[in-house]
Design a protein around this ligand. Structure first.
Ligand SMILES: [Zn+2]
Length: 354
């Protein structure tokens, strides 16, 4: 018997076909209707229904490109299950190049939402009822905030074994056991027992090819792990891909000033090691910013102008720092030097911590 069609926004997508569907959201006050574009790849055979979504924060655009590249993957011709790709969830923010909605709400704090609520609540409600209630697994793609560059990392609530399976399969170098933010997509999915992982990589309003390609590889690896697409032939990855952090902490500037970064993204740092210098424009007052813990730098602030108390480095601590270093070494060795050179002539990945 043929697999039942996938239904979204009154559109039926037959098994063995793919289709882009415009899910109506709202009308602009210009009377122009607005839609969230969704591409559904509905495999011939039964299997998991995976939602991959990007730009729930409208300025976090790496995920949009990750989704585009995943959709080009030829293995989707033999898909088992269904891929529901939502490259741009916060279409308002994406058009305006901002994280937020026009009413300045954060869409990722509006779940579960309601049909008669604010704009954010309505979009959350729509995403939930039209898509999330029909999926079995979710990958939510994010980047750092503006001027903050995240090392590719997975954030997930590591209580659900299926979530752990997805997080490990993704293969980003670092996994953070992240508690659920109230009103987030991840919190809602978790409340419905839908395993969900968040990928974080790069910074807002910028493309980074290292981040994008690790995101694409990660989504494909999860699909392989879920047996949605065939596994690669040959031996499995021999080396360690990911290490889970015990905790992480933001390191803040102690004074207002101009920052000169010392530590680089992905670098191992020791407790008390200098991460940056902050000085006033004349250099009369100058202070070192040091790491309060030993760990790996997982986010850097790229804007040198800092206020007192501003978060400038995010450092993750590990029970076994050596294992995290191995995961970082594996990540660096997996980068294509030609791609990284072309995209980022002075990229943050080539650090030499020794
Ligand atoms: Zn985000």
């Amino acid at each position: 018997m043929a697999r039942a069609p996938f239904v979204i926004a009154d559109t039926e997508i037959k098994a063995g076909t793919r289709q882009t569907v415009e899910v109506p959201v709202a009308k602009l006050y210009t009377h122009t209707p607005l839609h969230i574009p969704v591409e559904v790849v509905h495999g011939r055979r039964d299997g998991p229904v995976l939602m991959v979504c990007g730009a729930i924060h409208g300025d976090e655009i790496n995920g949009v490109e990750i989704v585009r590249r995943v959709l080009k993957n030829s293995a989707l011709r033999h898909l088992r299950g269904t891929l529901v790709a939502v490259p741009i969830v916060n279409i308002f923010g994406f058009v305006q190049r901002t994280r937020y909605l026009p009413d300045r709400r954060d869409l990722n704090r509006c779940f579960p939402g309601s049909e008669s609520g604010s704009l954010g609540g309505r979009i959350a409600y729509l995403l939930r009822t039209q898509i999330m209630e029909k999926v079995t697994h979710i990958i939510d793609l994010h980047t750092g905030a503006i001027h903050r560059f995240n090392l590719p990392q997975i954030r997930a609530e590591l209580k659900n074994p299926e979530t752990v399976r997805m997080a490990e399969a993704f293969g980003a170098p670092i996994i953070l056991n992240a508690s659920l933010r109230e009103g987030s997509l991840r919190e809602y999915a978790d409340s419905q027992d839908i395993p969900v992982i968040t990928f974080e990589g790069g910074e807002a309003l910028r493309f980074d090819d290292v981040v994008i390609s690790s995101g694409v590889k990660g989504v494909v690896r999860v699909m392989r792990e879920l047996e949605m697409i065939p596994s690669k032939k040959g031996p499995k990855a021999p080396r360690k891909r990911s290490e889970t952090a015990a905790m992480s902490t933001w390191v803040r500037a102690d004074i207002d000033g101009i920052m000169r970064p010392v530590a680089k993204l992905g670098q191992k740092v020791r407790k008390g090691q200098r991460l940056a210098m902050v000085a006033d424009p004349f250099g009369e007052t100058e202070e070192s910013v040091v790491s309060p813990i030993s760990g790996i730098v997982i986010c850097v602030n790229n804007l040198p102008l800092v206020n007192e108390g501003e978060a400038i480095y995010h450092v993750a601590r590990f029970d076994e720092l050596g294992e995290a270093e191995k995961a970082m070494d594996y990540f660096r060795s997996s980068l294509d030097p030609e791609v990284t050179e072309a995209v980022l002539p002075v990229h943050p990945w080539d650090n030499d911590p020794k």
